[in-house]
Structure formats: structure tokens, C-alpha cells
Design a protein around this ligand. Structure first.
Ligand code: MLT
Length: 234
């Protein structure tokens, strides 16, 4: 395993060890880092006979839960979660996150908003002072397909930068989310800092379903570091 994967794993293991308690309902995030958290959950459920219900944030998370024989729940049965554990594409020094590189931002934000605590697990490359410093793929914005062009234009006119419709790799056409929507990746210009205001303004544009800006939603971030330690931010 390379240093990046080891960093993801140690962050995930620490978060699961510190935040998952017996008789609890856990939101299971999406992406590359959450896989390690699920591995640790499986170990702990077996070793400690924990009673845990897992609520997925995507098709991927649902498959992870099912394939690992964890107990699957949903928000209809469990509208209140004890904790949600998820990855992030970037975290700034004020606990603002960019999420949605994996395209699952909408359900990730819904599940996180239902949890008492959102805990983020990430490798050291996701740790930034300011958004955009490390992560170069832009802020994902999930949109209703018929509105994508109008939203693209509106955001570009209002804030500048570049906005691309995310295209699928193995198909001639756009990425379609688990909710049937498109994703715009906004490569914002340097110098923007008022992310709370920007997030509210973008969310108000008709046709925008959700943004990948998670403003002060996370309670704690665990960064796996290259030296094998875990850096905590809160
Ligand atoms: C995301 O927010 O898209 C992912 O959860 C980040 C990751 O791969 O861990």
C-alpha cells in the first residue's frame, strides 16, 4: 500500500475507533477513504459484537454496507443519526469542506445534516489553509439537467472562473448522479473567501439541487499524515 492509502487508512481507523459506539446509527460516506472506515467497522462489529445500523450516502456506500454484511438502514427508519463518517476533497483551516469529487454530495449532505456529528477522514493532501489551495478539480454543484447551461452562465457571470459539466469516462455524455442530476465543477477564481455567503447564493439559483460546499458542518477532521501519525482538526 502506498503512503496515500496508508494515510487514508489510519485516519479512517482512528475516526471509527473514537466515534463509533455500541447501539448507534452511523452515516456511511462515499469515496475512496470510506472504504477503510467500513473495513474497521466490520472488524469492530465482529470483535466487540457491536449493534450498529449503517445509513448509506450513495449507491457505492449501500453496496459497501451490503457486501460487508453490516446492517443497512435508511433515513425513513432512522431520521436521526448519532454520527456520519465521510471523506472530503479538501478541508480549509475554518472547517469548510469541498465534497463531491465522487459525485455523491447531495446524499452526503442530507445524511450529514441528520447526524449529531459529522466526522471527516482524509489523507494529508486534503489539508489546506484556503479552499482551492490543494484541490484543483473545483467545487461540485449538483443541478437539474435542463438548467445546467443557465446555471453555468449565472455562476460564471456572478463570480467568474470556469464551470464544466462533468463528463462520464466510460460513456459519451455527462455524469448522472444517484439522483438523476448533472454535476457542474466550478473552478472558482482565486481570492474568494466568503464561502458561507457564496454557498447560500448559489443554493438559491433555481435548478441548483446542492453544492459541494460543506460550511462548518464537520465537528472533527482526521488527517492521516505521511509520517504515520493522525492530525486532528476541529
Ligand atoms: C467526496 O466527498 O466526494 C469523497 O467522499 C471524497 C473521498 O474520496 O474520500
Amino acid at each position: 500500500m502506498g503512503p496515500l492509502e496508508i494515510a487514508k487508512q489510519i485516519a479512517a481507523y482512528k475516526a471509527v475507533d473514537e466515534y463509533v459506539k455500541d447501539n448507534s446509527v452511523i452515516g456511511v460516506g462515499s469515496g475512496s477513504t470510506i472504504i477503510y472506515a467500513v473495513h474497521r467497522l466490520v472488524e469492530r462489529v465482529k470483535e466487540e459484537n457491536l449493534n450498529i445500523v449503517c445509513v448509506p450516502t450513495s449507491f457505492q456506500a449501500r453496496q459497501l454496507i451490503l457486501n460487508n454484511h453490516l446492517t443497512l438502514g435508511d433515513l425513513e427508519t432512522y431520521p436521526k443519526l448519532d454520527c456520519a463518517i465521510d471523506g472530503a476533497d479538501e478541508v480549509d483551516s475554518e472547517m469548510n469542506l469541498i465534497k463531491g469529487g465522487g459525485g455523491c454530495l447531495l446524499q452526503e449532505k442530507i445524511v450529514a445534516s441528520c447526524a449529531d456529528e459529522l466526522v471527516i477522514i482524509a489523507d494529508y493532501t486534503k489539508n489546506s489553509q484556503q479552499l482551492g489551495e490543494q484541490y484543483k478539480k473545483g467545487i461540485p454543484i449538483e443541478v437539474i439537467p435542463m438548467a445546467y447551461k443557465a446555471i453555468q452562465k449565472r455562476i460564471k457571470d456572478n463570480y467568474g472562473g470556469n464551470i464544466q459539466l462533468r463528463m462520464a469516462l466510460a460513456k459519451a455524455g455527462p455524469v448522472v448522479t444517484d439522483n438523476g442530476n448533472f454535476i457542474l465543477d466550478w473552478h472558482f477564481p482565486q481570492g474568494l473567501t466568503n464561502w458561507n455567503k457564496i454557498n447560500i447564493e448559489i443554493s438559491m439559483i433555481p435548478g441548483v439541487v446542492e453544492t459541494g460546499l460543506f460550511i462548518k458542518m464537520a465537528k472533527k477532521v482526521f488527517f492521516g499524515m505521511p509520517d504515520g501519525s493522525v492530525k486532528e482538526q476541529s
